[in-house]
Design a binder for this molecule. Structure first.
Ligand SMILES: [Zn+2]
Length: 459
């Protein structure tokens, strides 16, 4: 078979940047989604669905040759792999070095081939389409019947997986949450799908699909998509800062960005290593995926018992009990909604004890300077520069939006502007200041309370 991939490649970032350029509203949607993810990260373990989530999958097999018309066995092997990987039940999770084994997460997500089609009729969850296209690219033609592909099923109810021959050694790509429904889902080349049939080494263990669905659930590449620099960020606190991607089967430790002695978490599904070498999501990544299920992916999937794991990340942390408010009441998806009324209670009342595990520092180093080719400058349309201690404009709905911008929403990792990074730095500085007073539970509420104190003390 020609052009079988030898090194992992993923076009998700490229597609993300194309959507930023071409789809009106996508950048704003990404900003809001990153804001929601950021707020969720401030409350690790409190945002997300309880128990496990069962997601119905439709596999669109788009084939030019009989070989590309992959078997049910190959499709089912992929579903089985996903169900292991997204529960941390893959046998090779035992290969995680002890330095990282405490960070292995159970994403509490399971997958099944859809049993009902969009019209309510029984289905095996597979569509099969003959095409004349000899190798698709990341231009989404495979997602359109008019271009030789297969149309998506409603993306608010199904995870669409397209399996076809991708040209040029491309293994797959995904669309982050916030993009058009018609192209929402994951594309994987048939030789990288499942572990039987046409699956070909070294991408024959189904991990390309695990990786791409990670993107579909809002995960970024673990090295931060900044080339080989140390300034990119995956917005997950427990993944070490990492320079570029790792390939093949690295030897532990693989050190970069002064992240010794343990080095890169190259055995993570969101790196670029071979299938045999990627074996885990981190707990922070699980929180971020659960935030996506609580936010932009909230319409999809159904609750199902978590079976097979008797404890671990799926358990609610004990401090959930003493956070009296339902987080959903005050973490709203719409930034304009969740900070409209002044806080009535005293700061100490609405959270009984400080949370021990919140990050005290930015998860990664901030870029020393931004590139000049930002897609857009968030400072203009959003809010002017803010001083974390002084005259923050707390009475406007801008603040949560700034938080969203601060999380790097809407930017390719290497294209974040210096202004956006400065805002993010300031938000973290603000967070840390608040943390010293036990106000860190919600930056927005805490800031609002700080402002009230500021006004009280300064007339
Ligand atoms: Zn990727």
């Amino acid at each position: 078979m020609a052009d079988l991939p030898t090194v992992r490649s993923c076009a998700t970032s490229e597609v993300h940047e194309r959507l930023l350029r071409t789809v009106e509203g996508y950048a704003d949607a990404r900003t809001n989604i990153e804001g929601q993810a950021w707020r969720a990260a401030m409350r690790p373990g409190t945002v997300g669905r309880s128990g496990c989530t069962l997601i119905p999958v439709v596999v669109h097999v788009v084939h030019r040759t009989n070989a590309e018309d992959i078997s049910l066995a190959q499709i089912q092997s992929q579903i089985d792999i996903l169900n292991d990987d997204y529960r941390g039940q893959n046998a090779d999770v035992s290969t995680v070095p002890s330095a990282f084994s405490g960070l292995v997460g159970d994403a509490r997500i399971q997958f099944e081939l859809a049993s009902t089609d969009p019209d309510g009729n029984p289905t095996d969850g597979i569509t099969r389409t003959r095409t004349n296209v000899n190798g698709f690219s990341s231009n989404d033609d495979v997602k359109r019947a008019a271009d030789g592909g297969a149309d998506a099923w409603p993306a608010d109810r199904y995870l669409n997986l397209w399996v076809c021959r991708l040209a040029g050694g491309l293994l797959g790509y995904a669309q982050f949450p916030g993009g058009p429904a018609a192209t929402d889902g994951v594309v994987v080349t048939h030789t990288g799908f499942g572990n039987t049939g046409t699956a070909a080494a070294p991408f024959d263990q189904g991990r390309t699909t695990t990786h791409e669905i990670g993107h579909w659930l809002n995960l970024r590449h673990i090295w931060g998509d900044d080339g080989t620099g140390c300034s990119g960020d995956d917005f997950v606190a427990d993944t070490p800062n990492q320079a570029g991607f790792n390939t093949g089967v690295p030897t532990f430790p693989s050190i970069s960005c002064s992240n010794g002695p343990n080095g890169d978490m190259f055995m993570n599904y969101m790196d670029y290593v071979d299938d045999a070498a990627m074996v885990m999501f981190s707990k922070g990544q699980v929180d971020r995926m659960q935030a996506a299920l609580d936010g932009p992916r909230s319409s999809i999937g159904s609750s199902t018992p978590c079976v097979g794991v008797d404890d671990g990340p799926g358990e609610k942390p004990p401090w959930k009990e003493w956070i009296k408010d339902n987080p959903k009441d005050w973490i709203k998806d719409n930034p304009k909604d969740w900070i409209k009324e002044p806080i009535k209670e005293s700061p100490k009342d609405w959270i009984k004890e400080p949370i021990k595990e919140l990050p005290k520092d930015p998860p990664k180093e901030f870029p020393k300077e931004g590139s000049k080719d930002g897609i857009f400058d968030p400072v203009g349309p959003v809010v002017g520069p803010i001083d974390p201690i002084g005259p923050v404009k707390l009475d406007t709905p801008d603040l949560p939006f700034v938080i969203g911008t601060g999380a790097g929403a809407g930017f390719g990792g290497q294209r974040r502007s210096a202004a956006a990074d400065a805002l993010r730095t300031q938000m973290w500085a603000l967070y840390n200041v608040l943390a010293t007073h036990g106000l860190e539970g919600s930056v927005a509420q805490g800031v609002q309370q700080a402002e009230a104190l500021y006004r009280q003390e300064n007339g």
